[in-house]
Design a binder for this molecule. Sequence first.
Ligand code: FES
Length: 340
Amino acid sequence: MCYTIALNFEDGVTRFVDCKAGEKVLDAAFRNKINLPMDCSDGVCGTCKCRAESGSYDMGDDYIEDALTEDEAESGLVLTCQMIPSSDCVISVPVTAASCKTGQQVFAATVTRIEPHQDAAVVLELAVDGAAPAFLPGQYVNIGVPGSGDHRSYSFSSAPGEGDLGFLIKKIPGGLMSSWLARAKPGDRLDLTGPMGSFYLRGGEGPLLFLAGGTGLAPFLSMLEVLARAGSQRQIHLIYGVTRDQDLVLVDELAAYAGRLPNFTFATVVADAASDHPRKGWVTQHMPDEMLAAGGVDVYLCGPPPMVDAVRGYLDESGIRPASFHYEKFTPNAPLKAIA
Ligand code: FES
């Protein structure tokens, strides 16, 4: 029996290690050539303290209160030198990957599909050489733009474990990646670096509110697939807001998830005042007030900075305190910024 442990470093780099039954996380990481922070390795100093974001585990009773208090343990903090997983786990490590003598992984990939959606977006699919990289649903990679020496960051729209990696890329007139995609074809080669990011689906059973702005839909497609595969019964509502009618892409995929997830609903919203769409305006004008008022909602938001700011303002002004709020801002040319 082996578990997969995702180590999410403070700089967003994520590395996955296998952990054998009965093995401590610190030892599993070391065996995988990752030197997590440690000093005593005996449950005494507290140097190895990290946060378990998801998964089940046993901490035993061989550590002292000075290293990890009861309150800390209850809040999800762990000592990796004592932690023995009993499922796959995600662990936030409060230092950079480089300080643990690890870093990003680089993958070579081949373009297998390019599907433009008018002037709005492009669906890009890639087959990675060798084993597909592990990642958490919601994370992103940096994709090198061939011939430019530069890269762009894109969230996976596919789920972990799928054969090909999928991306939903916003078309930007004159944009570096958009210009390359306009002349790219299946068989072209690309380099990927990652996975990255702290915007990923956490565990839990409470209701989920997903807010997607434009191609910020991508990470939610990955999350929905993972939830559907797991047979999730969670209440999930997704609001997908765009500027123009033609920016609404892959709505058929959302409809398919509505068939697979018993408690999943979604609504599309178009900002353009000239649109005939039944729901117009901004995402904040179509928030599920009843769901939010009931409490305990985990909110995930991926969109451009004004949308993130608008939703934060809406929650503050409405006095709504979600159970958790995870968001990722993206701009057309800048790396993604994620906050959990
Ligand atoms: Fe000292 Fe874990 S390394 S408590």
